[in-house]
Design a binder for this molecule. Structure first.
Ligand SMILES: *[C@@H]1O[C@H](CO)[C@@H](O)[C@H](O)[C@H]1NC(C)=O
Ligand SMILES: *[C@@H]1O[C@H](CO)[C@@H](O)[C@H](O)[C@H]1NC(C)=O
Ligand SMILES: *[C@@H]1O[C@H](CO)[C@@H](O)[C@H](O)[C@H]1NC(C)=O
Ligand SMILES: *[C@@H]1O[C@H](CO)[C@@H](O)[C@H](O)[C@H]1NC(C)=O
Ligand SMILES: *[C@@H]1O[C@H](CO)[C@@H](O)[C@H](O)[C@H]1NC(C)=O
Ligand SMILES: *[C@@H]1O[C@H](CO)[C@@H](O)[C@H](O)[C@H]1NC(C)=O
Ligand SMILES: *[C@@H]1O[C@H](CO)[C@@H](O)[C@H](O)[C@H]1NC(C)=O
Ligand SMILES: *[C@@H]1O[C@H](CO)[C@@H](O)[C@H](O)[C@H]1NC(C)=O
Length: 378
C-alpha cells in the first residue's frame, strides 16, 4: 500500500478569515482562442518587432491549461524540491486513473527536467533570453546543470523549468512554435491532468534594494510553455505580439505573494480570457494560502474536469508513486477550501471583481477522522 504522508507543517490551523488550506477553481475551460507568435524580428535591435499567426482555437475542460506548461519560479526563495506527475484522465473524486511521475528534483538529483534562467542577450521587445541556469540558479551555464538546493533567487530573479525534451526547429507550425534563436528550447510538461509538488524555503531578501520590481514578492506559475520560449517580458502590453500571453494562451499563477508586503501569503490567479476581457487581472480567488514556517511549499492539481486545486502543503508520496485515491485523500484531508467557479465569473468589464462565485467548503470533521486513520498506518 502506498501511503500519503502530509508533512508536519500541514497541521497549521486556519486563523485569519481569508486564509485557506486550498484555493480551487472549478469549471476551468471554455471555447476560446489565442494567437501564436509567427515571427520575432531583430530581437536585439532598437527596431525589434513581433508578428502573430492565425488564431489557435481550443475548447473543453481545462483549456488552455491542457497544453504543455513550463514552471516559472520568482524569488526571493530557494527551490528545495519539485515533482511533476501526469495522468490522461484523472477527475477529482474518482479513484480510477493512474498517475506517472515524469520529472523530479530533490536537491541532489534532477531527472527529466531542465533549469533555464533569463541570463542571455537583452531585448527591448522580449526581455533577456533564456539560457541554461548554473547551479546558483541565476548565472548562465553552457549546458543543463543541476540546481544547488542552496541556490538563492533574490527578488525578481527567475528560473523557468522545462522538461528534458528538446524542441524541433522554430516554426509557427512546428512542435514548439516559434522560439527565440540561440536560446535552449524544450517542451514543457504535457498531460491532460497534472500534479506539481513544490518545496521551497523562503529567503529574507535584505540584499536587494526595495526599489527592485517585485521586491520580496515570490511567485510560482504554470505558464503555457510557448510564452517563455519567446519572451520573458510577457506582461509588457507594449509588446503583446511577442508572446501568446496577452491573447490568452494561459498562465496559472498558483502562488504569488499578496501586494500588501506579506511574502508568506499567496494568492492564486488564472490569467486566461475565460469570462474576462483582461488577461492581466484575470480571475483571482478571494483569499490566500499561508506558509507559517520558512521551509514549506505547496502543490497544484489540474484534473480533466476543469478543477484546479492549489494546496498549501507540498504533498509527499512515498517512493513517488502517486495514486488517484491518495490525491482524493489529500483533497478530503484539506480543511478549508475556497472554491471559485470560473464559468460563473462576472468580471467581463475587467475590474477584477466577480462577486457571488466563491464558496468556502470546510472538511474538518473528515480531516480529523482521516488524520486518525493515517496516524495508524504510518
Ligand atoms: C519504497 O522503496 C524502498 C526502496 O526501494 C522499498 O524498500 C520500499 O518497499 C518501497 N515502499 C513502498 C511503499 O513501495
Ligand atoms: C524520468 O523518465 C523516465 C523515463 O520515462 C522514468 O522512468 C523516470 O521515472 C522519470 N524520473 C522522474 C523522477 O520522474
Ligand atoms: C535524491 O534522489 C537520489 C536518487 O534518487 C538519492 O540518491 C538522494 O539521496 C536523494 N536526495 C535527497 C536529498 O533526498
Ligand atoms: C531544422 O533546421 C536545420 C537547419 O536549418 C535543417 O538542417 C533541418 O533539416 C531542419 N529539420 C527539420 C525537421 O526541418
Ligand atoms: C509602454 O509604452 C508607453 C509609451 O511609450 C510607456 O510609457 C510605458 O512605460 C510602456 N510600458 C512598459 C511596461 O514599459
Ligand atoms: C518579506 O516578507 C516577510 C513576510 O511578510 C517579512 O517577514 C520580511 O521581513 C520581508 N523581508 C524584507 C526584506 O522586506
Ligand atoms: C477511493 O479510495 C479510498 C481508499 O483508498 C476510499 O476510502 C474511497 O471511498 C474511494 N473513493 C471512491 C469515490 O471510490
Ligand atoms: C472524499 O470524500 C467524498 C465525499 O465527501 C467521498 O465520496 C470520497 O470517497 C472520499 N475520497 C477519499 C479518497 O477518501
Amino acid at each position: 500500500m502506498n501511503l500519503l504522508t502530509v508533512f508536519a507543517w500541514a497541521s497549521a490551523a486556519v486563523a485569519a478569515s481569508k486564509q485557506y488550506d486550498a484555493l480551487q477553481f472549478t469549471n476551468l475551460g471554455f471555447n476560446g482562442q489565442y494567437t501564436p507568435v509567427s515571427a520575432l524580428n531583430d530581437p536585439e535591435s532598437d527596431t525589434c518587432s513581433c508578428q502573430v499567426g492565425d488564431a489557435v482555437s481550443f475548447s473543453g475542460p481545462g483549456t488552455p491549461f491542457d497544453e504543455d506548461v513550463a514552471v516559472y519560479v520568482r524569488g526571493p526563495l530557494q527551490l528545495r524540491f519539485f515533482y511533476v506527475f501526469t495522468s490522461d484522465d484523472f477527475v477529482l473524486g474518482s479513484n480510477d486513473s493512474s498517475w506517472t511521475v515524469v520529472a523530479g528534483y530533490n536537491g541532489t538529483k534532477a531527472e527529466n527536467l531542465t533549469f533555464l534562467t533569463p541570463a542571455g542577450a537583452d531585448s527591448k521587445c522580449l526581455g533577456k533570453a533564456l539560457t541554461y541556469a548554473d547551479s546558483d540558479g541565476t548565472s548562465k551555464a553552457d549546458k543543463a546543470t543541476l540546481l544547488s538546493p542552496d541556490a538563492e533567487l533574490k527578488s525578481n530573479e527567475e528560473l523557468v523549468i522545462f522538461s528534458d525534451q528538446k524542441c524541433g526547429n522554430s516554426s509557427v507550425n512546428g512542435d514548439c512554435g516559434v522560439y527565440r534563436n540561440g536560446s535552449p528550447a524544450y517542451h514543457g510538461f504535457k498531460g491532460k491532468a497534472k500534479f506539481f509538488v513544490f518545496g521551497w524555503k523562503s529567503v529574507n531578501d535584505v540584499d536587494s534594494p526595495n526599489t527592485v520590481a517585485h521586491y520580496n514578492k515570490s511567485a510560482i506559475s504554470l505558464l503555457n510553455a510557448r510564452i517563455p520560449r519567446t519572451s520573458m517580458n510577457f506582461r509588457d502590453g507594449n509588446y503583446s505580439d511577442c508572446s501568446c500571453w496577452s491573447s490568452g494562451c494561459g498562465e496559472l499563477t498558483a502562488f504569488e505573494a499578496t501586494d500588501d508586503g506579506h511574502n508568506d501569503r499567496f494568492r492564486t490567479t488564472l490569467h486566461s480570457l475565460q469570462n474576462t476581457y483582461d488577461v492581466d487581472k484575470g480571475n483571482t480567488i478571494d483569499g490566500y494560502t499561508f506558509q507559517d514556517t520558512p521551509v514549506g511549499g505547496g502543490s497544484v492539481l489540474i484534473d480533466t474536469a476543469g478543477n484546479v486545486v492549489v494546496f498549501d502543503i507540498p504533498a509527499y508520496f512515498l517512493n513517488m508513486t502517486l495514486t488517484s485515491s491518495e490525491l482524493n485523500k489529500l483533497y478530503n484531508l484539506t480543511g478549508k477550501t475556497q472554491v471559485y467557479d470560473v464559468s460563473k465569473a462576472t468580471n467581463k468589464d475587467g475590474n477584477g471583481k466577480s462577486d457571488g462565485v466563491s464558496v468556502t467548503i470546510t472538511k474538518w470533521k473528515l480531516a480529523v477522522a482521516m488524520a486518525g486513520i493515517l496516524a495508524m498506518v504510518i
